[in-house]
Design a protein around this ligand. Structure first.
Ligand code: 26W
Length: 809
């Protein structure tokens, strides 16, 4: 489409949609018109992609995830379609600023953090690589809560992201399916002697799909993200009422049905043992599998070849009911025998684990489960019995081991065990994490069948996190090494030939400065805090969690401030510490952490005696869009989790790709970042995973020892409770107790000295401008290793057996 063509089509769109002239139209009208124009533009390729997949009978992969953290799509889609320039220029000639329209789009915040964003990056990569891969999830009416800071405290507001409609979704009423809950199961013996099971008096709920096109990078591929919404199954018959009471009941019932897809659970640490969460999990898994089966059968494939044509990947255990649900469909609906159904199911499903935190592992009480999903429970019971029998033959007499591996034990269903037993592939998300799974969490399963286990280090899409978020850096790179790196991100390595080129590195520094200016303006206009542009922008943005140790960062800031108060002339490069992240609403320590950061900011930012050497900024409501502003403006990336606890991390990769230097522990993918850039281009400190794991196993750590021996630690810890902070004296007592009386579960005090020292090394390196710029360049150059394209290529080749399918125009 050329510019003139675009302008003409756009004006026609605007008029037809709104019955208004350009002059009369609002910004929102203009945004809707652009969205609608793009839908028209995308549709032919979407149809074509689906037709080709069908005609070639390509294997299809479905990525099941209870979260997809998409962020905004409009700008990304323009880039993917190669239409951004035409659109920007065309609109400008009509007097419209594209970037203003882009702001109209709500962030699709259908995820908590890492796991949900990873799912979004993976969909982007599958489409970019012309792979037949689609998403399956829930269309939450409300996404993750909106965070506001009121009087230093986090308050949560509902995220009503759909209130003005959503330009990217297509409601597909004709593809709705029914999902059954409750009722009971009756067995009957058929004429041929086979036993079959009837699910009776169940409650049927309608699952209506909303499809979102997932657009490949300039390759004509358009895959699908299908999000399910819960509705009344029998709309009209339920609304025949005789009196007012019936009416009220009907409304209540309708609400109870729609509640299933109403909210995203806002906690990624503690599984919600609630019935509604279990309903959510079964709801989208059952709907997703039913619709996959419909598609499969309409292509006239034989059910025996199911796993050759279909792959189902489960993103953590939230979709693990895919195992018994697929068994149910194959046995009850398709009349297969158990063994054949089991073979197909396990060959179809693959599973990724995303956390080793024991408190985050899902289990469901048998009683509750059995009432809600009686037939599914029967199947899980049989899976368990058969598996335990197999184990008994393999490990006769080893009851302890078998109990540790059983899917049902101690009155609960262990979802991770179900996922491992029911799939052909199990992976962790970074080398260290996969090792820990094999050696600790899933050790027994690993011993039983080591061939099932793999590592697939996470990645991020460079299209969003570089092309979209940092267009100036993108252009600089392309001018230097050509544009081939966009298709082959590992070619970013070619940048290394500029390692000694002071002009090039100066240009890098200039771009960083420009990105920092944007952020400085934003911070000033939103929070009234003026930050020193030439200070080190030191950023920690992620969910607030004890194991991620925002507290370590805070204690270090308190220490620096103490030093400055003693000696305002202290020789240090000025620092701006920036935080963003949400705390789960019920996570007390995390919410106290948010409050502490904000209070500390209010003290430090107003202190005239420290000559602007220190600033602390907490940015509200961390989101994909806010991240797109922060990563490009960072000098320093804080990745300071307790070693062994962060499965991978992906923010670490986004910072690296934008030329920030990591200060971090040997945890998750930090280890692989260090391997890639070399120890001279990253700042590593603290306990190793082995040391941390040994302390957990054997004890031997006493937080009081550190407190008593390190006067810096003693001072900052005391300041939490001695009235030094301008709040009620006892406000931070729980944090104090958590660190000392409960013996500092995540080794914050233990790592404090090493962290202070690491920051001094960092300060020292930052002063050597040339050296620092070389470090930035090395980080960018090696970041191609962490493109999700690489990760997805590995999944496609090693786990999914999925092949490219090039779509021609
Ligand atoms: C409460 C239920 C629950 C439990 C765990 C919800 C969500 C989770 C997720 C598994 C937590 C999560 O997001 N894990 C993160 O996954 C990222 C992508 O693999 C990793 O990079 C992060 O290290 C990991 O914490």
């Amino acid at each position: 489409m050329d510019k003139e063509g675009f302008k003409e089509t756009y004006i026609r769109k605007l008029q037809a949609l709104h019955g208004k002239s350009l002059e009369e139209s609002s910004i929102h009208d203009q945004y809707i018109a652009l969205g609608s124009l793009l839908r028209d533009y995308i549709s032919p390729n979407w149809i074509k992609t689906n037709q080709q997949y069908k005609a070639n009978s390509d294997k299809q992969l479905y990525y099941f995830s209870i979260e997809f953290l998409l962020g905004k799509l409009l700008d990304m889609n323009l880039i993917n379609l190669g239409m951004k320039e035409v659109c920007q220029d065309g609109l400008a000639e009509l007097g419209i600023n594209l970037s203003v329209l882009l702001q109209q789009e709500p962030d699709a915040g259908l995820g908590n953090g890492g796991l949900g964003r990873l799912a979004a990056c993976f969909l982007d990569s599958m489409a970019a690589l012309s792979l037949p891969g689609h998403g399956c999830g829930i269309r939450y009416t409300y996404g993750l809560f909106e965070q506001k800071i009121v009087k230093n405290y986090q308050v949560e507001l509902p995220d009503n992201w759909l209130k003005d409609g959503y330009i990217w979704e297509y409601r597909r009423t004709d593809k709705a399916v029914e999902v059954s809950f409750g009722g009971h199961v009756r067995s009957i013996v058929k004429a041929d002697g086979r036993v079959c099971y009837l699910h009776e008096s169940a409650e049927a709920i309608l699952a209506v799909p909303y499809d979102i096109p997932m657009i490949g990078y300039q390759n004509n591929t358009v895959n699908t993200l299908r999000l399910w919404s819960a509705e009344l199954a029998h709309n009209d018959c339920y609304f025949t009422f005789r009196n007012r009471n019936d009416f009220v009941k009907a409304i209540e019932y309708k609400n109870s049905v729609e509640r299933i897809s109403k909210y995203l659970y806002p906690d990624d640490t503690h599984p919600e043992g609630r019935l509604l969460r279990l309903k959510q999990e079964y709801f989208f898994v059952s709907a997703g599998l039913q619709s996959i089966l419909k598609g499969f059968k309409s292509a006239n494939h034989k059910i025996q070849f199911f796993s050759e044509k279909i792959g189902v990947h489960i993103n953590d255990t939230h979709p693990a009911l895919a195992v018994p649900e697929l068994m149910r469909i194959l046995i009850d609906d398709e009349n297969l025998g158990w063994d054949e159904a089991w073979q197909i199911t396990t060959q179809t499903i693959s599973y990724t684990n995303h956390t080793v935190l024991p408190e985050a592992l899902e289990t469901w009480p048998v009683d509750m489960f059995q009432n809600l999903l009686p037939r599914i429970y029967m199947i899980i019971e049989e899976i368990n019995q058969r598996f335990c029998k197999e184990l008994w033959e393999h490990y006769p007499g080893q009851w302890g081991r078998i109990a540790d591996m059983a899917v049902i034990a101690d009155g609960v269903i262990h979802m991770a065990r179900l996922a491992v037993v029911g799939s052909h592939s199990v992976n962790g998300v970074a080398k260290l994490h996969s090792d820990i799974l094999q050696q600790y969490l899933l050790h027994n399963y690993y011993q039983y069948d080591p061939t099932k286990f793999h590592n697939k280090t996470n990645g991020i899409t460079h299209r969003r996190w570089l092309l979209k978020a940092n267009p100036q850096l993108t252009d600089l790179i392309s001018n230097a090494i050509g544009t081939n790196w966009i298709a082959e991100p590992k070619e970013l390595l070619l940048l290394r030939k500029y390692a000694k080129d002071t002009v090039f590195k100066e240009q890098l520094a200039t771009i960083k400065l420009k990105n920092k200016i944007k952020l400085v303006d934003h911070i000033y206009s939103h929070y009234g805090i003026s930050v020193n542009l030439h200070s080190i922008f030191d950023i920690q943005i992620k969910r607030i969690h004890a194991y991620k140790r925002q507290i370590l960062n805070v204690l270090h800031i308190m220490h620096l401030y103490n030093e400055l108060k003693i000696n305002p002339q202290l020789d240090m490069v000025p620092r701006t510490f920036i935080f963003a992240g949400k705390a789960a609403p019920g996570y007390y320590i995390a919410k106290q952490t948010v409050k502490l950061i904000n209070i500390l900011g209010s003290v430090i930012n107003h202190d005239k005696t420290i000559q602007d050497k220190l600033k602390v900024v907490f940015m509200e409501n961390y989101s994909v869009s806010l991240g797109e502003m922060l990563f490009p403006a960072a000098d320093v990336s804080e990745q300071i989790s307790t070693a062994s606890k962060e499965a991978s991390g992906t923010g670490n990769m986004k910072f690296m790709m934008n030329g920030a230097i990591t200060i971090g522990t040997l945890d998750g993918a930090n280890i692989e970042i260090e391997e890639a850039v070399g120890p001279e281009n990253i700042i590593i400190f603290g306990l190793t995973a082995q040391q941390a794991l040994d302390y957990y196993k054997h004890g031997g750590y006493n937080a009081w020892d550190v407190y008593n021996e390190d006067m810096r630690v003693k001072k900052v810890i005391e300041q939490l409770v001695n009235g030094y902070l301008p709040d009620e004296r006892e406000e931070f007592r729980p944090l104090y107790d958590y660190l000392l009386r409960h013996n500092d579960e995540f080794f914050v005090l233990k790592d404090f000295a090493a962290y202070v020292d690491a920051h001094q090394r960092l300060d020292h390196k930052f002063r050597q401008k040339q050296h620092w710029q070389s470090m930035c360049l090395e980080n960018i150059a090696h970041s191609g290793l962490f493109s999700s394209d690489k990760t997805i290529r590995e999944y496609a080749a090693e786990t999914w057996n999925l092949e490219r399918s090039i779509i021609r125009r």
